[in-house]
Design a protein around this ligand. Structure first.
Ligand code: C5P
Length: 319
């Protein structure tokens, strides 16, 4: 409750979390699995426009293009799609919707509003079937973490969830974004299923985000907080929002910042309950969401009733 109010007014802090989530965040700070060594500034209190300009300057969208080792020697220059992600058919899109997978979207009746956008982004294994009334039926891009590609339960190679849409995958790499190290020990080996799908379906637009892009987002989040944020990559949701701010004139985000329907139900499509899904344990969600809240131009009514944040595309902003 406390933390959600903090998110609504754009000033959430770890102090507002339950002892359990506070301890979880502290565990990750001490663990520092990805060997984050951040030397940049920590200035809280930038306004929305300043954050927007900081992201526009620092967080340039990058995907693996096969030009760097070890990928160049492996022939990824020919493996990756010939056109950049920014040049996806239809891009730049006028209006985009980003649909967070939160349980709070249940009973939202947002489906029609979501589908009215030119492009709709969904995450990981989030389905539309039998949830159309609340989440819509259209999917343009699916953004996935590497577990989706490797965990047999998700059946990446055959599931219709990953067909007839553009795909963007990511995996946590060391903070230095050393591509050799990453290639040798990814969190989950997404490289093999990526190659397999690219060869089997060369016309499907399928990209892997560059680890330097992921960590540049993290740097912006940390630079806007005086607290030590979790030294782990931002959530797929945050990554997807920033990707779409690069591809769209305007981005509407749904149920990422929790609405009045806020619930501990983790995902709308499965019966698992944990507040960490909304407020963060591994991912620095509380801090990501604070930045999105500050940049949002949605009305307070839309924020609270729809869990809606409205963000301008980077190319519409003059810094
Ligand atoms: O859990 P998963 O990563 O698949 O969910 C997709 C995204 O939706 C998350 O990365 C997060 O940004 C957002 N989300 C959320 N609150 C939840 C569940 C998901 O903000 N309860």
């Amino acid at each position: 409750r406390h933390a959600v109010r903090g998110l609504w007014n754009g000033s959430a802090s770890a102090r507002m979390l339950s002892p359990r989530l506070k301890e979880a965040a502290e565990f990750y700070v001490n663990d520092n699995k990805h060997k984050v060594d951040y030397r940049g500034p920590r200035r809280a209190g930038l306004d929305g426009k300043q954050i927007l300009c900081q992201l526009k300057e620092k967080a340039r969208l990058r995907t693996l293009d096969g030009s760097e080792e070890p990928f160049s020697s492996l022939g990824w220059g020919r493996l990756v799609p010939p056109q950049a992600l920014e040049k996806l058919p239809g891009a730049p899109f006028k209006t985009c919707a980003v649909v967070a997978s939160a349980g709070a979207i249940l009973n939202s009746m947002l489906g029609k509003e979501i589908d009215s956008h030119d492009a709709v982004v969904r995450f990981n294994a989030a389905p539309t079937e039998s949830y159309e009334r609340d989440v819509g039926r259209k999917t343009t891009i699916r953004i996935m973490n590497s577990q989706i590609l490797t965990d047999a339960r998700h059946n990446f190679s055959d599931s219709p969830l990953y067909r007839n849409v553009s795909l963007v995958a990511w995996d946590p790499a060391p903070y230095t974004a050393d591509l050799y190290q990453w290639f040798q020990s990814p969190d989950y080996n997404l490289f093999t299923p990526y190659e397999t799908r690219r060869k089997a379906s060369p016309s499907q637009h399928f990209y892997v985000l560059h680890p330097a892009f992921i960590w540049s987002l993290w740097d912006v989040i940390q630079s806007n907080s005086q607290e030590d944020i979790q030294p782990n990559p931002p959530s797929s949701g945050f990554i997807g929002i920033i990707v779409m701010m690069t591809l769209c004139d305007e981005v509407d985000v749904y149920e990422y910042i929790p609405s009045v329907r806020q619930t501990s139900l983790c995902h709308y499509y499965e019966g698992y309950f944990d507040n960490a899904c909304t407020l963060g344990a591994y991912h620095p969600l509380l801090y990501e969401k604070t930045l999105i809240r500050r940049m949002s131009r949605a009305t307070e009514e839309d924020l609270k009733r729809k869990g809606k944040a409205t963000l301008p595309g980077f190319h519409t902003v003059t810094c």
